[in-house]
Write a protein that binds this ligand. Structure first.
Ligand SMILES: *Cc1c(COP(=O)(O)O)cnc(C)c1O
Length: 380
């Protein structure tokens, strides 16, 4: 997708805030815990490479991504740290992963056997054994499967280095910890009898880091917390409060590109669903659902200058309209998403309005929006 560099619309990313969030979380763990930053999905919409560099500068030891293409892009940009891919990849990619020193997850024996046939002589692939302790997504389901896997791996140590053993929690953001504890016990059952000694045991995402701090191995995988947002599935009424402040790093801003007065009966946007009953000032903003600004945002109030103005009519692919109280000049700044958590157009309020989670709002901002980086907080 083409980046619209000439349009006055941008995702602003505060790398200073990200570094501060990283440092706070690193400080919350003992020194022997290696903190990895999760930068999948374009760094949760913030721009993968600049965010990855900031996270590493702030002291993280490695990075996690969802798929190998993201890992390869990091390597292409000269990032040399350990990188773990979190999703299952084609076994045929084993050689490419080994060549670029990228670690892959493994969830069944068959995958290992296939990957083994693709590795070139003298190549060794770093792997993390995924344990499905209750997420129901990827990984070995039962402790009883492990002896066979371990036998295979002990016989193929030249091809596979078992770097990690990990699991992922389904309910770490919820106050009721029954299911969480069930997953912990299932994971422990696998860990207990393991003959292999992986360098890393890990199970911590942001929610686990923030709300179950006592449960962690010697590596953690932090995503949303580094971007300054609560992992909760109900953004503005989280089950669990953050133990310390996080600073949101992203805002979305644009400008009025057109301002006009409409007369009664004049409709606004597709379907002419909005009609003025009196003369009204309407402003047009050059952002739409092709940028990840959902059609469901109709009715939400964005900030024009110092005033919150409602979106009227349907959000189009590349533009939307707001009702203004007066004829603001073309070029007036519009804040669609604020990085101030107290504003009524914060990421949290947008997520609520869309009846979704923080994650979906930020990683849905498409690459057409340019990313502009700043450092508003001097990180200590
Ligand atoms: C995405 C992901 C994470 C990061 O989750 P956050 O909630 O953003 O911290 C960690 N582990 C796995 C397996 C993931 O898929």
């Amino acid at each position: 997708m083409i980046i619209a560099t000439n349009r006055h619309a941008q995702v602003n990313v505060n790398l200073g805030a990200i570094k501060q969030n990283v440092k706070r979380q690193i400080d919350s763990f003992d020194k022997d815990v290696d903190v990895f930053g999760v930068v999948k999905a374009n760094g949760y919409g913030h721009g993968m490479v600049p965010v990855a560099q900031a996270i590493l500068q702030a002291g993280a030891k490695g990075l996690c991504v969802a798929m190998i293409d993201e890992a390869l892009e990091l390597r292409q940009q000269g990032i040399l740290c350990p990188i773990l891919v979190l999703g299952i990849q084609e076994p045929s990619l084993a050689a490419l992963a080994a060549e670029y020193n990228i670690s892959l997850p493994v969830g069944d024996l068959n995958w290992l056997k296939q990957a083994s046939s693709y590795l070139k002589p003298a190549q060794q692939l770093k792997i993390h054994l995924a344990v499905d302790s209750g997420m129901g997504r990827i990984g070995f389901m039962e402790a009883s499967q492990m002896p066979e896997i371990e036998d295979y791996l002990l016989n193929h140590q030249n091809q596979f280095e078992v770097e990690g053993l990990f699991t992922h929690f389904a309910t770490a953001d919820e106050a009721d910890d029954t299911y969480f504890n069930y997953q912990v016990s299932r994971f422990n059952a696998v860990k207990k009898d393991l003959r292999l000694k992986p360098k890393y045991i890990h199970m911590t995402n942001s929610a686990t880091s923030l709300f179950h701090h006592e449960v962690h191995g010697n590596m953690v995988r932090i995503g949303i917390g580094f971007y300054g947002l609560n992992p909760s599935s109900s953004p503005s009424a989280p089950d669990l409060a953050l133990p310390y402040d996080l600073t949101p790093a992203l805002s979305l801003t644009s400008e009025l590109v057109f301002v006009k007065e409409i007369t009664p009966k004049m409709g606004v946007s597709y379907g002419a669903t909005y009609q003025a009953d009196e003369n009204q000032w309407i402003g047009t903003i050059p952002v739409g659902y092709a940028d990840g600004w959902s059609r469901k945002m109709q009715g939400f109030k964005v900030k024009v200058g110092d005033e919150y103005c409602p979106i009227v009519g349907r959000v189009c692919m590349d533009q939307f309209m707001v009702k203004l109280s007066k004829p603001y000049p073309v070029g007036t700044q519009v804040t669609l998403i604020s990085d101030n958590p107290n504003d009524s157009n914060s990421v949290t309020k947008v997520a609520d309005y869309l009846d979704t989670i923080h994650y979906e709002v930020i990683c849905g901002l498409t690459p057409r929006l340019k990313r502009v980086y700043h450092n508003s907080i001097e990180s200590e």
